[in-house]
Write a protein that binds this ligand. Structure first.
Ligand SMILES: [Zn+2]
Length: 114
């Protein structure tokens, strides 16, 4: 690992530790899958596009004595993906139609694994 990558990895780990090092949704604690999520999507737009910037922001917010738990949360890659999916209102309609379809499935199709 080169110097730059190690530098950012340390920043990221520090930011993850400050936020509890755990996915708020499913509780997984493996730092390799944990991602920093902005609780308010509006703020996400103002932030940088990659994880380096987000970790940096967490550290800066903490240095400014802001309540970082109010701004950021940790999600694992899976839960983050699901949240992003649900955040997108265009998808809500299709999710509803899938859920409705599931209701009409015969019992044996619900019980058997896909
Ligand atoms: Zn999770």
């Amino acid at each position: 690992m080169n110097k730059d990558r190690r530098y950012w990895k340390n920043k990221r780990i520090k930011a993850l530790q400050m936020l509890g090092m755990q996915c708020v949704h499913c509780g997984i604690t493996d730092h390799r899958v944990l991602q920093i999520d902005h609780i308010k999507p509006l703020l996400r737009k103002q932030s940088g596009k990659n994880y380096k910037d987000t970790a940096q922001q967490v550290l800066q917010s903490a240095a400014r004595c802001q309540d970082i738990d109010e701004i950021y949360q940790l999600l694992c890659a899976n839960c983050h993906q699901i949240k992003t999916y649900h955040d997108n209102k265009e998808h809500l309609q299709s999710i509803e139609s899938i859920e409705n379809k599931e209701e009409t499935l015969p019992l044996w199709q619900k019980v058997l694994p896909a």
